[in-house]
Structures are given as structure tokens and as C-alpha cells.
Design a protein around this ligand. Sequence first.
Ligand code: GLN
Length: 230
Amino acid sequence: MMRVGLAMLQGARHEHEEAILSIAKEFQQNIEVVHLRRAEDLDASIHGLVLPGGESTTMRIASRSEGLLDSIYAWMETYPNRPVLGTCAGAILLAMPSDGRQPFIQAKISRNAWGRQRQSFEAPIDVTLNRVEMQGASIERKPDVFGHTPLVVGDVDARIGDDAFPGVFIRAPRFDSDGITCEVIARFGDEIVGVRDGSKCAVTFHPELTNDRRFHAWLLNEITALSPTD
Ligand code: GLN
């Protein structure tokens, strides 16, 4: 059984969970999504992580009482090959862990650099992760235990064709192209909006708010490829 840890700090957590479970179903993999709330929730049995978006300062403060963020960073240092997907604020947390830790991705990032909340936008972007064939499978959008039905903002196939990815940018951070020494995996025109540094993938947009599962598929594929010593 593969176990994916989902940091319950803030943001579209339920949409991430739904995305992971639906792609696991596509891949016919048995996946458990583990909700991470306290430091103790994170241990060797977690194979990969999702750090959702939100507001990174709030996430840092909110995690202090339970020590969650610190244990997430410690887990990443202990298991450097295990994959982590950081979206939006999650990308900020990977690039700027603060409290003296080394960055987990070699990329400089600036917070809120597209402007204010109302300058949030949606645009097709180019990604170089493999497209996952959805094979016409319908995506189930059942309410979760809180009665929340996962939100879908982008409807990729209907609107922007096969290869582009629906980029949903919500008060997004911005990578500094001069400060990137890892692999670029997503671009919006000339702008770098996604990077991969080994087992860490950081994007400034919200793939969980779309029906396109490429990034969650990447996470599951990386977990499948782990060796027992990883
Ligand atoms: N503006 C947020 C921050 O700086 C990130 C926005 C998001 O995750 N949607 O933390």
C-alpha cells in the first residue's frame, strides 16, 4: 500500500486528495491519502507528500503549535528521494523553508509577485511532464466527509486542447529565472511557472483545481519507482 501524506495546513486539500485518488484509480493503484496534522503523523510509512497552496505565512504560523512544518522538513531531509509536490504556497515552502534549513529546490521565488488577489488569473501553460491519458474516464466528484464537493476551475480538454495545461494562478508567487538552477517543467510564455529538482516538484499554480492529473500522476509514478532503501 502506497501512502501519500497531505499537509492539512491550508488551501485546496480536498481537491488534492480527490486528484490523487482519481489518478490512483486510473492507474489501478492502491493509495492511502494520510492527513498530516501533527508532527507525529509523519513517519517512514509515508512515501510522498503534497504541500497545498494557501498563504505561506499563515501556514508557517499555523503549523507551529503542532510542529507539522518542521517535521515535514525533517522528513524531507531523512528521505531525500521521496517525491514532494508543492503547489503555490507549497512551492514557497520548498524554496524558502526558513528556520535555517537549506532550500529543497534550487529556485528563487517571490511571493505575491503577480499583484493582488483580483489579479489572479487562468491561462494555458506549457508543461513538459508526460500527459496522462485519461481514457475518457469520468472523474468522480463525490462530497467528502465535510460535505465539500471538489472544486473544478479549469476544464482543460474542452477549452485549450490536448497539450496545454490549464494554469490557475491565485495570488501566485513568481520564480526568478536568474535564480533557477534546476529543471524547468512549466512555462507561461517566457515566464517559468514550474520546476523540478530531483524528487521535488514546485509549481506556482493550482493543478488540483483542474481535471488535468499530470502532476498528481507524476507523484504516484515517482512513488512507484522508489526502491526499498529510499
Ligand atoms: N500568496 C500566497 C503566499 O504568498 C500563495 C498563494 C496560493 O497558494 N494560492 O503564500
